[in-house]
Design a protein around this ligand. Structure first.
Ligand SMILES: Cc1cc2nc3c(=O)[nH]c(=O)nc-3n(C[C@H](O)[C@H](O)[C@H](O)COP(=O)(O)OP(=O)(O)OC[C@H]3O[C@@H](n4cnc5c(N)ncnc54)[C@H](O)[C@@H]3O)c2cc1C
Length: 525
């Protein structure tokens, strides 16, 4: 039997759910089909190490989601379905091998005093960057949230040029083209101060010397200084449950543990999907694919469905380096050599310096295991103590950047290499927090291969579902002509981290695509 819906959404990542909610609210009969056993994609939480310790398995920092237009307009509904925010006023810090650390808090004067105590030049440079953020961030954030191309984007661009004047336009242009090393070298003096900003580039695939790599770390560093950092109280799962709750309240349906194997195309138009159960589902109005470009072109569409140039553009889409996750439960806070205060920051970056980031990035690209990978040490229970039993603590440790395939003698790839590489990570942690090993009461390791097994969109463990370098960013993400979420197949839309504005819990593509579908007037019958 063929089931009939107005729209079928492939993938219950947050973008898929956001699209489904937006369409269902407008009266569409929507089905979301998810390959994994639960919804959420790279947004999930689970008791990975011990009962009562709720770890965010993948993403944890919700700042992008909380800044989204979708959240602004659905906040009440999500809260009614159980979503709450836990926020930290101490968003990030970096620790150094000499037992010192630098931290950024939402109290700008506190941050400046800390920087200035070590180097007055750093405090002055930080102040200048802060002023640059005030000047440029409104246009950059509006660009980020807009569909590309669109009239809104053109208006944002023209307005920005008019108000910024020639000097502001030059500043913006320089920022957009700079590498992160160029930015921090221009404004900051010491290696330690530079190490506060540059690690943010490697949250995407911007090694410190990649052109165009300055803008994200700059925005993240100073936006967090203003807003702190937020996670979902009780675990990321609460946000997923709230999205699914809102969807169901509007008559939408979710089917998990079911893979879409084919988009059905008739006369150049998407008319439904085929499932791995052998069933067919009809979509009268739209098929919204939250998958990667390579999967869409290589698996879900037949050669006859997609014109040659578009097929080539999608199948040659590139992925960035991989990521590994270590989840730890601890019997006490991290015994940082730099002192107790550091245990209260949401993230602590350990690389430590810009040169270390550059070496790790080069190693990952060359297929080697970095000797000194960047550790993003998320102290989740310091931000949200409700996730652990009394007296318990947890860490969310992201290890980046890593090659998609681990070089091993026995050719076992990451399945062989992950346990030993996790030991290397623990040794690095031990150098900055002597004695931490004795506090560990549970550990779960997810290699890049595990990430991809759990979510096919995380190709090679790439947490962003595609390199964010300029060649496939903005109007080129995922490919020229498809940044507005339409594909060459009529009524087939593509959303998710592989589309503009890229990876992260930004909720932009799902929301923008759904609004476009609704604007086109293909209302439900
Ligand atoms: C380890 C890790 C840490 C991260 N940390 C952060 C963070 O702290 N903050 C942040 O903002 N971002 C973070 N990110 C990035 C962010 O989580 C992702 O960019 C974002 O979740 C992407 O959302 P999405 O909806 O586009 O797709 P995804 O969340 O990737 O979901 C896609 C879904 O589609 C499903 N799917 C794919 N193919 C099919 C098919 N054929 N049939 C059915 N279902 C299919 C998949 O199973 C998956 O559930 C992190 C990512 C990872 C991996």
């Amino acid at each position: 039997m063929t089931e009939r819906y107005d729209a079928v959404v492939i993938g219950a990542g947050h973008n898929g759910l956001v699209a489904a909610v937006t369409l269902a609210e407008a009266g569409y009969h929507v089905l979301v089909v998810e390959a994994a056993s639960e919804a959420g994609g790279a947004l999930r939480s689970a008791e990975l190490t011990r009962p009562g310790y709720v770890h965010d398995v993948f993403a944890t920092n919700l700042n992008l989601f909380l800044g989204s237009a979708f959240y602004a307009s659905r906040r009440g509904a999500l809260e009614r379905h159980g979503f709450e925010v836990a926020a930290s006023t101490r968003p990030y810090a970096s620790a150094f091998p000499d037992g010192t650390a630098l931290g950024v808090t939402t109290d700008r004067d506190e941050t400046l005093a800390e920087l200035g105590a070590a180097s007055p030049g750093d405090a002055a440079g930080w102040r200048e960057l802060d002023a640059l953020f005030d000047r440029l961030s409104p246009v950059l954030f509006r660009t980020y949230a807009a569909r590309a191309p669109s009239w809104e984007l053109a208006r944002v661009g023209l307005g920005a040029l008019r108000s910024a004047g020639p000097s502001g336009t030059v500043a913006l242009g320089r920022l957009l083209l700079s590498s992160c090393r160029e930015l921090v070298d221009e404004y900051l003096v010491t290696d330690k101060a530079k190490a506060l900003i540059a690690p943010w580039g490697l949250h995407l695939d911007f090694g410190p010397d990649v052109a165009g790599g300055a803008v994200f770390p700059f925005l993240e560093a100073f936006a967090d200084q203003r807003g702190g950092m937020a996670v979902a109280k009780g675990g990321a799962r609460t946000l997923v449950d709230a999205l699914v709750g809102v969807l169901r309240a509007h008559g939408g349906e979710l089917r998990t543990a079911t893979r879409v194997t084919r988009v059905s195309v008739r006369d150049g138009r998407a008319v439904g999907v085929e499932l791995d159960t052998g069933e067919r589902v009809t979509a009268a109005r739209a098929v919204v694919a939250g998958v990667t470009p390579t999967s869409l072109a290589g698996d879900l569409l037949g050669p006859a469905d997609l014109p040659g140039p578009s097929r080539r553009a999608l199948t040659t889409y590139r992925y960035g380096p991989g990521t590994m996750m270590l989840h730890l439960s601890l019997s006490a806070p991290v015994p940082w050599a730099a002192g107790e205060r550091l245990a209260s920051f949401a993230y602590v970056h350990l690389a430590p310096y810009v040169d270390d980031l550059a070496r790790a990035y080069a190693d990952a690209l060359a297929g080697r295991l970095p000797a000194e990978p960047l550790l993003v040490v998320g102290q989740t229970s310091a931000v949200d103590p409700t996730r652990v039993p009394d007296g318990g603590h947890m860490l969310w440790v992201q290890v980046r950047p890593l090659p998609a395939t681990a070089p091993t003698r026995r050719r076992g790839g990451w399945d062989d290499a992950a346990p030993r590489y996790a030991e290397r990570v623990m040794r690095k942690l031990e150098r900055y927090a002597p004695g931490i090993g004795e506090l560990v009461t549970g550990m779960a390791v997810l290699s890049p291969a595990d990430l991809e097994r759990q979510n096919a969109n995380l190709v090679g463990g790439d947490s962003l579902s595609g390199s964010m370098h300029l060649r496939q960013n903005f109007l080129l993400r995922p490919a020229w002509g498809m940044s507005g979420y339409r594909t060459p197949v009529r009524d087939l839309w593509m959303i998710g981290a592989s589309t503009w504005p890229g990876g992260g819990l930004n909720a932009v593509s799902g929301y923008q695509a759904a609004q476009r579908i609704l604007r086109r007037g293909r209302r439900p019958r």
